[in-house]
Ligand binder design. Structure first.
Ligand SMILES: Cc1cc2nc3c(=O)[nH]c(=O)nc-3n(C[C@H](O)[C@H](O)[C@H](O)COP(=O)(O)O)c2cc1C
Length: 138
């Protein structure tokens, strides 16, 4: 089955609480395994960044639902492509909370290859730099 990987940003709803974000993660962890979606959700600086990976139909169906969610607005896809393997195979939906505004520079490289099926390695490297940077900012 063809796997895709999608990375988007959105503006979190004003005043969204930690509990509300935890609830999103819990819903995701409940729903995603059944449809084969894995990924990570980063929340901080009034923004969300999410990677969804899985079978094409499942990811697109879920993204359409997510677009309608009032807990955020202004979804923007930064990267979407076929994927040869998963980057977050062990995470039905990991959650990373960071206090600082998200620093996007290190994943902007992915925007240049917005629709190219880049190797999991390249994607993983960019995500690792990003996650390390978020951890360092805690
Ligand atoms: C930023 C963000 C990311 C989300 N990610 C997921 C997700 O990965 N999986 C999921 O099932 N719901 C996710 N949701 C919630 C969906 O928008 C929606 O509420 C949910 O799919 C409804 O599930 P239910 O029908 O089981 O209540 C997300 C919501 C937001 C705001």
């Amino acid at each position: 089955m063809a796997l895709i990987r999608m990375l988007y940003f959105s503006q979190a709803a004003q005043g969204i609480s930690t509990e509300q974000v935890r609830a999103i993660q819990q819903t995701s962890q409940r729903n995603n395994p059944a449809v084969g979606i894995t990924g990570v959700l980063v929340h901080g600086g009034g923004m969300f960044m999410q990677v969804l990976e899985g079978p094409e139909q499942a990811v697109l169906r879920q993204y359409v639902k997510i677009l309608d969610d009032v807990r955020h607005t202004d979804c923007q896809i930064l990267h979407i492509s076929h994927a040869d393997e998963r980057t977050f195979e062990k995470w039905s939906m990991g959650l990373i909370a960071c206090k600082e505004p998200l620093g996007f520079e290190c994943i902007r490289v992915l925007e240049h290859q917005r629709t190219e099926a880049i190797k999991a390695r390249v994607f993983k490297d960019a995500m690792q730099v990003f996650i390390k940077m978020l951890n360092a900012a805690q």
